[in-house]
Design a protein around this ligand. Structure first.
Ligand code: ME8
Length: 647
């Protein structure tokens, strides 16, 4: 433990114009995952989130709801705080920009930059987009509309204070060049560099057209521009004015996390403001992608949002957090669908993780009276498993540190898959039949328990209640709140004699069809505890995703096809699979004429062991559906090229 190491992480402060959706939940859960990971590593973490409550947009929506802005946002902020509680978010503080502790800092810093000569009064004319709270030049408009959201803009002229942002452009570029980690991912960093190089104008930092904001200290006709106001939250919340000791402990922030929509505010405006304020810059600004819906980006103003509360009620907080953390590939957008969510729960959590735990627990109960046995000598396959665990630990640590959440989850789940495969390889139910193999069986059980322990620790930042729920079956830990990350990096910490008992199904499978009718209870009862069944039966019932992935299914184009001489049932197909060709013999001659198939794209099992049929080598098999009367070859009807994977 090294409490002298601090870690300060922030999310954007969200607009409380409406309740939040799973896009906001994504950022907040991802940041929470990092905060928990760092705490498990022994860091003194400060995790900040909050709400951005000023500005014309809020003022307008409050008016539409016949409320004054403050009472309008109060109700929504209460919901947001409740949501973060439900999602087990461990923020250390929640900052609201309407709090006096914040407004004071905004005014102090505005004054400071003004006194320094970096803020001056002038006139502004430009095209203003109210939903985006942004001015644009004529040149920036797209078809006369807002280049960001596509809505109407209005021409406004106002007296404004300006911040000499342009002056800091060279220093900012230098900083970005000298600190490759400052803006991540890499592609976003390049975008920001290009944007700065195309020229930075001075920034308008006050408004006179509405009242709902922090008054400019030297001129009460103006309110401070909402982004100046908002960005300062990262300083005010940790005590810039009130608590210098705490402020100095945590500033500069380690990570500002957000989506790409607001990267420029954080990677250009914010650092130049900090330079003018004579404060050090944050160590990293990280922009993840967007969660999209079929119709485009999910957003409050478009009204096409998914409420995380509903999902948590339906599927449980750990499962939703798992889905979110895994969902977006590094820096990329991803699509939300309930089906994908249910698939994650069924494949990753119920099948892979849940089954690994319930199978192992059931076997330890059955073969070792519910106590984890002492391991014996390690065989090669044991060493391999052990190495997979240590690799997974190294990788997960590295991936979390670089904020590649998806790669971190995938790595841990690969270890889970590896452990499931280890069961198949070692066949404990066969070992159990032979008393000579009792020691070997003990080793296998110990190693499985060890893998579970390691995987559960590594999943804990994402699924905070998992360890407790696993502990009810396999009592690995005295105190699950004291788990450290390092424990996942050590093999052999499972205590011999650890009690194991049967517990509830950790992740019940979800029947999507039933789910549509929202009969939750019955779904959970439908597939009872798999642990109740015998190991051998289960072997036949499920395959893991890894088993499925072993099948190499490919789109193949039929380039020629003929009847096999003297064989009524066989066709000989010549297939093009990407850049290669191969021959497949198929028993479909009674259902297809060769010309029906030529030029068509079929689905080939490409890694089936080649076999000779009537003297012709058949290199694979094509897929077909059949009942008693019909056979229908599966075909691909789009432009998808031959050689593409089917999965
Ligand atoms: O921009 N996918 O607030 P905001 C992924 N108040 N993330 C999403 C998302 C989506 N579809 N939709 C929203 C503001 N987010 C300002 C911030 S900070 C000083 C001021 C997340 O309520 C993502 O983190 O519009 C995005 O950057 C943020 O919510 C925008 O939240």
């Amino acid at each position: 433990m090294n409490q002298s190491k601090t870690y300060y992480i922030t999310t954007p402060i969200y607009y409380p114009s409406d309740n939040l959706h799973i896009g906001h939940a994504y950022t907040t859960v991802a940041a929470d995952c990092l905060a928990r990971f760092k705490r498990m590593q022994g860091y003194d973490v400060f995790y900040l989130t909050g709400t951005d409550e000023h500005g014309q947009k809020i003022e307008k929506v409050a008016r539409e709801n016949n409320k004054d802005p403050k009472s309008y946002v109060d109700a929504i902020v209460a919901n947001i705080k409740e949501l973060w509680k439900t999602m087990l978010i461990t923020n250390n503080d929640f900052i609201r920009t309407t709090e006096p502790r914040h407004e004071k800092v905004v005014q102090t810093l505005f004054q400071k930059v003004y006194d320094k000569g970096d803020i001056y009064l002038s006139k502004y004319e430009g095209w203003y987009c109210t939903p985006c709270e942004t001015f644009f030049t004529e040149r920036q408009l797209v078809d006369g509309k807002c280049p960001d959201c596509g809505r109407e803009v209005e021409l406004l002229q106002e007296e404004s204070y300006f911040f000499k942002m342009g002056k800091y452009a060279p220093r900012l570029l230098e900083h970005i060049e000298a600190h490759p980690d400052f803006i991540q991912p890499e592609s976003r960093r390049n975008e920001v560099i290009n944007f700065i190089k195309s020229g930075l104008e001075d920034l308008c930092v006050s408004r006179t057209t509405f009242q709902w904001g922090v008054p400019v200290p030297m001129n009460q006709k103006h309110v401070v521009y909402v982004w100046f106001d908002a960005l300062v939250n990262y300083l005010s919340a940790i005590g810039y004015l009130d608590n210098p000791e705490q402020f100095n402990r945590y500033w500069p922030a380690d990570v500002h996390l957000m989506a790409k929509d607001i990267l420029r505010f954080h990677a250009i405006i914010w650092p130049t403001l900090l330079m003018a304020m004579d404060l050090p810059l944050p160590k990293k600004v990280f922009a993840h992608g967007w969660i999209m819906l079929e119709g485009g980006k999910m957003s409050k103003s478009k009204g096409n949002v998914i409420d995380p509360r509903v999902l948590v009620d339906k599927y449980g907080v750990d499962a939703i957090r798992y889905y979110l953390v895994k969902e977006l590939n590094y820096g990329q957008d991803g699509f939300y669908s309930e089906e994908a969510l249910v698939n994650r729960i069924n494949f990753d959590l119920a099948n892979d993780l849940g089954n690994l735990i319930s199978r192992t627990a059931a076997m330890i109960i059955r073969y070792f009276d519910g106590q984890i046995p002492a391991p014996g000598q390690a065989a090669a396959v044991d060493e391999e498993l052990k190495q997979a665990a240590s690799r997974a630990y190294e990788e997960a640590t590295r991936q979390l540190d670089r904020l590649d959440f998806n790669a971190y989850i995938n790595g841990v789940m690969r270890l889970v898959g590896r452990a499931n495969k280890y069961i198949d390889e070692t066949e404990p139910w066969v070992l159990a039949k032979d008393p000579q193999q009792h020691q070997r069986l003990a080793t296998v059980m110990y190693n499985l328990a060890e893998c579970i322990r390691i995987a559960v620790i590594m999943l804990t930042p994402t699924m905070p209640t998992l360890a407790q729920r696993v502990n009810e079956q396999i009592k690995f830990w005295e105190d699950v709140s004291a788990l450290t990350w390092e424990e996942a990096g050590q093999w052999g910490l499972v205590r011999t004699g650890t009690p194991v008992q049967k517990g509830e199904v950790l992740f019940p499978r979800i029947d999507m069809k039933k789910e549509d009718t929202a009969v939750n209870e019955s779904v959970n009862q439908e597939k009872p505890a798999v642990a109740e069944k015998t190991e051998e039966k289960k072997e036949n019932e499920y395959i893991t995703i890894d088993d499925f992935a072993r099948m190499d299914l490919r789109v193949a184009e039929v380039i020629s096809c003929e009847k096999m001489p003297k064989a009524d049932k066989l066709l000989v197909l010549r297939l093009k699979v990407g850049d290669s060709e191969r021959t497949v013999v198929s028993g479909i001659a009674q259902y297809y004429q060769p010309e029906d198939l030529i030029g068509k794209k079929v689905v080939l099992v490409a890694n089936l062991k080649p076999t000779k049929l009537r003297g012709t080598l058949s290199e694979g098999m094509i897929l077909a559906a059949s009942d008693d009367e019909r056979v229908e070859v599966l075909m691909v009807h789009s432009e998808i090229p031959s050689g593409s994977r089917v999965k």
